[in-house]
Design a protein around this ligand. Sequence first.
Ligand code: ZN
Ligand code: ZN
Length: 182
Amino acid sequence: MRKPLPVTPKLLLAYGVYTVLVSVHLAWALKAMEWPWVVLAGGGGWVFWTFFEYLLHRWGFHEPPGAPAAHKYDIHWDHHRVPQDPERIITSLWLSLPIAALFWGLLWLIAQGHPIMGAVYAGIGVGYLGYETLHYLMHVRPVPPFRFLRKLWRHHYLHHYKEPNRYYGVTVRWWDYVFGTA
Ligand SMILES: [Zn+2]
Ligand SMILES: [Zn+2]
């Protein structure tokens, strides 16, 4: 029998908070806009998320290169030290919530309260939840039998076990190809 997934309060909390945030913003957009536009704007939010994921992981946690000692005590290196520990995989709310609030504020300034921001924000939130889900599974479950997922798993394992200054993308690999870190 398969071992049950290690579900922790931190994981449930993150899922709970962001599922509510995504649902509220999605409902706002769907009430005011035709659904194809919601899908399009949400897709834009998701693409933005994938870029932010790369940006934060590379320049927030790993670079400048040659300075891993500088990160010795930070949360991301804590994850690198014991990658399988579920407590260190899921991002704490005290890190994710200020970022979520910042994005909300920026979107509000850009969209001036237009409901399209609900769709973009929901897309970013879906990207984030997808990231937590995939990253979590990458560390607590073996490589899945699907080609596409196998490539993603391998990409992240290379980052952990071979070259920590490459392979930064977790949910998509394309930014590593764009920036030459694959
Ligand atoms: Zn990892
Ligand atoms: Zn890393």
